[in-house]
Design a protein around this ligand. Structure first.
Ligand code: NDP
Ligand code: MG
Length: 390
């Protein structure tokens, strides 16, 4: 039996992963499941799958988790350190689906034991791509992409020579505000930003899709994961979300990955890699769909995209600054402190203000200096938000 752990098990990606695992219970031994606020789901899944340990990030909920697991042999634990410790438990395959930079330390721990890390948590690559890839190499671990675009690129590259790759095009649905008049964006509400036309995802990534911060993160993720020049990475708006990415080769060919907008495809590909196995996703009827549309992304609608290229040009720890500022700006929008369009202003200002500090920090990436930069950037972004709100 393969030993598997799912970090962020109670979230959208975590639940899709468990859906696949529950369909073949005899094939997997579940080691660790983690969540945060949703104790009921965490305990229910831990019981159904007879996990070794269930961990909540929220220490105040340890009592609830213990109560929910009473009468079983499942260990209950709580706190960020307990989550990272759970990632040290031997497992063959580990899903990294915590949302935000909180996914970085457990991901590093999973790699340090030489496991296969299925990486949905793009924030870790944006914050510390080099560190993650170097750690994987040192410990003989494998990182497989789970983000749909990156899984698509990964699949299009099977058997190909990277030297023949001219460009990588990742698609974007355009999110909730793709067709809104520009002047209305400023007054977009939280409820409007939290509804995605095609994908059913966690709230944070759904809002990031409307602002295109998600796509900006994915551009950086592409750069880190596939080692391609930023100039070779393009974003294409494709409202149907069925072509997930295209790889352009030096003979003019474009290899496109086409599939329904269902994350169980990319998760399943990473679960069974290098084999392909039957997956319970819709089969597309292209004749019925009829048309695929494409447009160039409009930078005045989505200023976040430009920031991604700025971050890649700067390198070092600017990815950590970018991610932390973005997470803080998103918190500010969710809390009603700033408007939708001010999120990119906050990130832009944080990147400007920390440019000098950046050069003073050791360019050698360690988990400690990434987390320190994350902390500094959150503080800086929060003070920018407070000034604007006040
Ligand atoms: P969700 O918000 O649905 O789930 C997040 C998970 O992380 C939940 O299990 C949540 O617990 C847990 N969590 C929240 N805060 C913390 C914390 N501070 N420490 C530890 N755990 C925490 O997110 P998604 O599933 O949508 O996204 C997960 C990751 O996958 C993100 O990095 C996202 O960018 C990426 N991704 C998601 C896609 C999607 O389709 N959803 C597509 C591609 C990438 P609880 O719910 O119990 O509070
Ligand atoms: Mg994606």
């Amino acid at each position: 039996m393969r030993k598997v752990s799912i970090f962020g098990a109670t979230g959208s990606i975590g639940q899709s992963t468990l859906d696949l695992i529950k369909r073949a219970p005899d094939e997997y031994k579940v080691v660790a499941l983690t969540g945060s606020s949703n104790i009921k789901q965490l305990a229910a899944d831990a019981k159904t799958l007879n996990a070794e340990i269930a961990v909540t990030a929220d220490e105040s909920r340890l009592g609830d988790l213990r109560d929910a697991l009473r009468g079983t042999d499942i260990i209950a634990a709580a706190g960020q350190n307990a989550i990272t410790e759970a990632a040290h438990r031997p497992a063959d395959w580990i899903m990294s689906a915590i949302v935000g930079a909180a996914g970085l330390a457990p991901g590093m721990a999973a790699l340090a034991q030489g496991s296969t890390l299925a990486l949905a948590n793009k924030e870790s690559l944006v914050c510390a791509g080099k560190l993650l890839l170097d750690t994987a190499q040192t410990h003989g671990a494998t990182i497989l992409p789970v983000d749909s675009e990156h899984s698509a690129v990964f699949q299009a590259l099977v058997g190909e020579d990277m030297a023949a790759v001219e460009r990588i095009i990742i698609t974007a649905s355009g999110g909730a505000f793709r067709d809104w008049p520009l002047e209305d964006l400023e007054n977009a509400t939280l409820a409007q930003a939290s509804s995605h036309p095609n994908w059913d995802m966690g709230q944070r990534i759904t809002i990031d899709s409307a602002s295109m911060f998600n796509k900006a993160m994915e551009v950086i993720e592409t750069h880190e994961f596939f080692h391609v020049d930023p100039k070779a990475i393009e974003v294409l708006v494709h409202p149907q979300s069925m072509i997930h990415a295209l790889v352009g080769f030096n003979d003019g060919a474009l290899m496109a990955h086409v599939g329904p907008p269902d994350m169980r495809h990319a998760i399943g590909y990473a679960l069974h890699h290098p084999a392909r196995r039957h997956l319970p996703v819709e089969r597309l009827d292209l004749a019925k769909i009829g048309t695929f549309e494409f447009r160039a992304p409009d930078e005045s609608r989505w200023p976040a995209l430009r920031l991604a290229y700025q971050v890649m040009a700067r390198g070092g720890l600017s990815g950590a600054v970018f991610n932390a500022a973005k997470e803080t700006a998103l918190d500010g929008f969710i809390a009603g402190q700033i408007k939708f369009t001010q999120m990119s202003d906050v990130v832009t200002a944080t990147l400007e203000q920390l440019d000098v500090a950046d050069s003073h920090i050791d360019a050698t990436m360690t988990l400690d200096n990434v987390l320190e930069m994350d902390r500094i950037a959150r503080f800086q972004a929060r003070s920018i938000i407070e000034k604007r709100a006040g």
